[in-house]
Design a protein around this ligand. Structure first.
Ligand SMILES: Nc1ncnc2c1ncn2[C@@H]1O[C@H](COP(=O)(O)OP(=O)(O)OP(=O)(O)O)[C@@H](O)[C@H]1O
Ligand SMILES: [Mg+2]
Length: 317
């Protein structure tokens, strides 16, 4: 099935002045005095904290071995895929070599980067399940310099069933990625919204987990189960796994509710909550239609700046 492209959103390389009603500025969070400075975007003020923004990193002299970060939350639609694409693109802007791994049979990460997953002959499924298929047979370049994609499509759903009877079934992804780690600085794995075997594979080979949490009423529900799963993977499969951080997404500073949820997230996770906060804005669905990250689609937007801040924080942690 072709990705529906119901409209061609207008590219706006300029500032955010003409954002629609859904577009809101983080600057109005916390206090009512709007700050004109764009650098405050996604700042700590959402949580009422005041930390310095993470430093702008220098491009590395050499590349690899990669840090592997699983972007996970079994709750659907919280911004895992959007965060994987845009964090990856922001890291690439800072000179990092990035591999994005689409580990969801829906293939949304691939679609978000302009790839039609159903047209692919080889995907991560073949890499996991077939001897003789190497990562290089599957990896695709993206429109972002320095950022590659390991695409997936619906075939991956069969892998989850087929892996169950395999020896070392939780380490299939780790085995598949091993050979390319030296080439990249960061590998981001976009997990599907479940705690099944695919997500366990991602956690088993990751150095750390990034949890996007939507600033909505039920967002904290189910997080205990996710943390429990992370603990079990740490105990049984991957003792080095750590929680990289919690990313507040879908933040709408116009509502008290969203600020209250954010406050609860900060109470629950403390310093693990990134200062970067991702506002709810129509810009993100637009980037999916455009098939490119917000950092190139609307480079001066709040959303792009917020993901750049996140990238700096990730590099500093
Ligand atoms: N900050 C945002 N503001 C508004 N819409 C957003 C934002 N982030 C993501 N979206 C949109 O919300 C939808 C879900 O986002 P995304 O696909 O990133 O979530 P997900 O957690 O990967 O979902 P799933 O669990 O289905 O894989 C998408 O249509 C996306 O364009
Ligand atoms: Mg997704």
């Amino acid at each position: 099935m072709d990705t529906p492209r119901p409209f061609e959103p207008r590219r706006d390389p300029g500032d955010d002045e003409d954002f629609g009603a859904e577009d809101v500025e983080i600057d109005s969070v916390g206090d009512s005095a709007a700050v004109a400075d764009d650098s405050a975007v996604g700042s700590d003020r959402a949580g009422g904290r005041h930390r310095l923004s993470a430093p702008v990193p220098q491009p590395p002299a050499e590349h690899g071995p990669a840090r592997v970060i699983a972007v996970a939350n079994q709750k659907g639609g919280v911004g895992k895929t959007t965060s994987t694409i845009n964090l990856g693109a922001a890291l690439a802007e800072y000179g990092r070599r990035v591999l994005l791994v689409d580990f969801d049979p829906q293939g949304a990460l691939s679609v978000g980067l302009g790839v039609q997953p159903h047209q692919l002959e080889t995907t991560i499924y073949n890499l996991l399940m077939e001897r003789g298929v190497e990562a290089d047979d599957v990896i695709l370049p993206t429109t972002v310099e320095g950022m590659d994609l390991l695409p997936s499509n619906i075939d991956l759903s069969a892998a989850e069933v087929q892996l169950v009877t395999e020896v070392g079934r939780e380490q299939a992804l780790g085995r598949a990625l091993k050979r390319v780690l030296d080439r990249y600085d960061v590998v981001l794995i976009d997990c599907q919204p479940s705690l099944g075997l695919l997500t366990i594979n991602a956690l088993a080979c990751a150095d750390s987990v990034l949890i996007p949490l939507a600033c909505e009423f039920f967002s904290l529900r189910g997080v205990a189960l996710l943390m429990d799963t992370i603990d079990k993977v740490t105990d049984r499969l991957n003792p080095d796994l750590t929680l990289l951080g919690v990313l507040a997404t879908m933040f709408d500073p116009r509502t008290l509710h969203t600020r209250e949820v954010h406050q609860r997230v900060v109470e629950a996770f403390g310093d693990k909550v990134f200062d970067a906060v991702i506002n709810r804005t129509i810009r993100f669905p637009e980037t999916t239609v455009a098939g490119e990250p917000i950092t190139t689609w609307a480079p001066n937007s709040n959303g792009a700046e917020a993901y750049r801040l996140l990238a700096r924080e990730v590099l500093a942690r």
